[in-house]
Ligand binder design. Structure first.
Ligand code: HEM
Length: 293
């Protein structure tokens, strides 16, 4: 689909950086947002706008809302809705650092950097627990159908909504589980990635089985492991034509439907959560018509 920021549909890069920004109180963001058109290519650098930014600009995008928080059954999933998000795709840490510095300068002083997360590929695309991640991602036309807005008109078609959550793994707790308990938590065998026929209902792939929702809940996951010192986990990133599929899955993961909590929560938890709207491109440049720019 030539209207999408192309990096969304491209394979996950070797290395990445995720930058999140809040809006500086009292600042007018329009000029900074307009300038993105000159340097965000949508391929190596993908951009998303959060609800606080749209609100400051007096604009709405149908379907964009703030990230929900969930409390209950011993779980606390935070909503830390930010205003602006960049996903930098790359292959060289030095280049990513310098690109981040330029971005910080380009959006200042209207936007303040709140977090920088370094992402990378582990082995053949595994989560840091060793499980293959992304197996059931929709491919080709199905990926386009799941991830991109279509049939809504110029300025909206080709755009995408993205859910972003940084999960922190408790590696000691994970290591203390037996191999069977680990496999049961995901519902796939770590050794060969086969789906377990007798996985418990709490298994992650049972909780999130995309065909099992009504309507079906397909999302395009582009998550990557992250690490900082000896801490690490998964920076979960899922693109959708709306935020509904992600939200339906997250609700089931926390047990909001049937009280059954996703097995992953035994050893990992999210420490933040934001939604963004990623604008489309037009003639190879960001298309900000939906924001009146
Ligand atoms: C630390 C957090 C997470 C880890 C380590 C993780 C890991 C995995 C793994 C190993 C798989 C199986 C292979 C695959 O199909 O990719 C999987 C599947 C999946 N995950 Fe996650 N995941 C996490 C969070 C989430 C969240 C927050 C959601 C959505 C709310 C989600 C949605 C899915 C979906 C839709 C599938 C495919 C299910 C299917 O249709 O078979 N995951 N995940």
């Amino acid at each position: 689909m030539d209207k999408a920021q192309p990096g969304i549909l491209a394979p996950v890069p070797r290395l990445a950086r995720y930058l999140s920004f809040s809006l500086t109180f009292g600042m007018e963001p329009r000029r900074s947002v307009q300038s993105l058109v000159d340097w965000v290519d949508g391929n190596n650098t993908i951009v998303g706008f959060g609800y606080p930014l749209l609100q400051a600009m007096g604009r709405t995008i149908e379907g964009l809302r703030t990230f929900p928080s969930y409390l209950g059954s011993g779980l606390a999933l935070p909503s830390t809705q930010e205003a602006l998000w960049f996903w930098l795709r790359g292959t060289d840490r030095g280049e990513l650092l310098h690109r981040s510095r330029k971005i910080l300068g380009a959006v200042a002083p209207a936007f303040k950097c709140e977090s920088v997360i370094d992402g990378f590929q582990y082995d053949t695309g595994r989560d840091l627990t060793g499980f293959e991640d992304g197996t059931e991602n929709p491919q080709g036309e199905k990926a386009i159908g799941a991830a991109l807005v279509q049939g809504k008109g110029e300025g909206l078609d080709g755009s995408s909504f993205v859910a972003v959550q940084q999960w922190v793994h408790d590696f000691a707790r994970f290591d203390a589980l037996t191999p069977k308990e680990q496999d049961d938590s995901v519902g796939r065998r770590k050794s060969d990635n086969e789906e377990l026929p007798d996985a418990p209902p709490s298994a992650h792939v049972k909780r999130t089985a995309q065909e099992s929702f009504a309507p079906q809940a397909f999302i395009l996951r582009r998550s990557m492991p992250w690490a900082d010192g000896v801490r690490g986990g998964l920076n979960f990133v899922a693109f959708g034509k709306s935020l509904d599929a992600f939200e339906a899955q997250l609700k089931r993961m926390v047990g909001a439907e049937d009280g059954i909590i996703d097995g992953l929560f035994q050893y990992t938890r999210p420490i933040n959560g934001s939604y963004f709207w990623c604008p489309p491109v037009h003639n190879g440049r960001l298309d900000l018509r939906a924001l009146g720019l």
